[in-house]
Write a protein of this length. Structure first.
Length: 421
């Protein structure tokens, strides 16, 4: 009799999804789960849902005898879509996937005869996050730690709150203890992750802010060489966070900003909480406090009602904020969101605008890379020939370096996307 095959996990979407996949792997192992395929889906765009369906069909072809389980944000927001797929055996929600009982049940003897195909409860009733389940994941050099989940905001284009629920925070003491364990295991960089990081603490006693958490980590874990923040809403950056940017060299000089657009009318129709002037002012102030600061940003191309003049405002924002790393999203309507009911931009115009934004981003990357030539950088090695600077820029080496260690290197040149040392 051959041994049962171990579970196979596929992850689509964000770092938080990847974090939760690692937690599910541990829960499945603890339950003794056998031949199962688990697809952790993303719902951020209609294209993400299409890719999830495509991945499910591929995995079913590759694993015809396995139990196929679909979870994640798309499973939470539209479970009926996946339950209707003949390839799918079970659909479980974002809360259920983090519960040991779910995996114990799937590994149990009665699971095959269980006819309850969908297990997706009301995510809005969840008041805790499961950040304590695992001590981070990532490369041997960098670990990701979930400190927050969910979102209380209701941007008109976004389905994610309905996949993740309301904002909830991991207590600071739990986060600090996790990071201490990671440093003891040899990690040289920790990245704080969440759905809406700058809302961290609002649901905790005394309502601390993200900057308070950052300062507490840096104070109580003095042996942590590098702390990084994954993504923030710049309008919600608090005074303590700005102080950390100014005074804490172990806080990495790279911030990914949730900007979404550079036109005030579009921002208003998106129900964002900032104006273009706020974004520009934040970037100027952060760079004044930390001259080596670099920015990434999310920008949506072709939001409903966006005219060419409105788009030009978003395009100019790339230079006005001196953004380096762009994540460009061609707008796609998400059923159930207010933006899906607004007058839509033609698909050709959306694709054209996305291409122009990406070209502007490529120009900014080239400019950033060119400015680094001749400079010295501290590089955290992810493998023997590649690491990242404090600004998160990739650096390639011609000779092996000590993996997971921080090395100092002089930049001698660059390719289209990487520095060369």
């Amino acid at each position: 009799m051959r041994d049962p095959k171990p579970p196979v996990f596929a992850t689509l979407g964000c770092r938080l999804n990847a974090y939760e996949t690692e937690a599910m792997k541990e829960l499945a192992a603890q339950a003794g789960l056998g031949e199962t395929v688990v697809v952790n889906t993303c719902a951020v765009t209609a294209e993400a849902v299409r890719k999830a369906r495509q991945e499910i069909r591929r995995l079913r072809r590759d694993h015809p005898d396995a139990t196929l389980v679909v979870t994640g944000c798309a499973a939470q927001t539209e479970p009926e879509t996946f339950a209707a797929m003949s390839e799918v055996d079970r659909v479980i929600g974002n809360t259920e996937k983090m519960q040991p009982a779910t995996w114990a049940r799937m590994a149990g003897p009665d699971f095959v005869g269980d006819t309850e195909k969908v297990q997706v409860d009301d995510i809005m009733s969840v008041t805790e996050t499961a950040g304590h389940l695992i001590d981070g994941f990532g490369t041997r050099s960098r670990a990701y730690v979930q400190v927050q989940n969910g979102c209380d905001h209701r941007c008109t284009f976004c389905i994610i709150p309905f996949g993740r629920g309301n904002s909830r925070s991991v207590p600071a003491g739990v986060v600090v203890d996790q990071i201490k364990r990671l440093v003891d295991r040899g990690y040289n960089e920790v990245v704080l992750t969440g759905v809406d990081l700058t809302s961290w603490g609002a649901d905790l006693p005394a309502a601390p802010r993200l900057g308070d958490l950052v300062m507490r980590i840096l104070k109580l874990v003095p042996d942590l060489p590098r702390l990084r923040i994954s993504s923030i809403d710049s309008i919600e950056a608090d005074d303590a966070l700005m102080q950390a940017i100014a005074t804490e060299p172990r806080l990495m000089p790279h911030l990914h900003l949730s900007l979404q657009a550079g036109d005030n009318m579009i921002l208003k129709r998106m129900k964002r909480r900032h104006a273009r002037e706020d974004a520009i002012a934040f970037c100027e102030e952060a760079r004044r406090l930390r001259p080596d600061m670099t920015f990434g940003a999310d920008i949506i191309a072709g939001f409903p009602t966006e005219t060419e003049a409105m788009f030009e405002n978003s395009l100019r924002l790339v230079e006005e904020c001196d953004l380096t790393w762009l994540h460009v999203f061609p707008y796609s309507p998400r059923k159930g969101t207010p933006a899906a009911r607004m007058p839509q931009v033609h698909g050709t115009a959306i694709r054209d605008r996305a291409a122009r934004l990406r070209a502007a981003g490529d120009a900014q990357v080239a400019r950033h890379l060119g400015l680094q030539v001749g400079r010295r950088h501290r590089v955290l090695m992810e493998n023997p020939r590649m690491g990242r600077t404090e600004q998160f820029t990739e650096v390639t080496f011609s000779a092996d370096q000590p993996e997971s260690q921080i090395v100092e290197a002089r930049i001698s040149g660059h390719t289209a996307s990487q520095l060369v040392a």
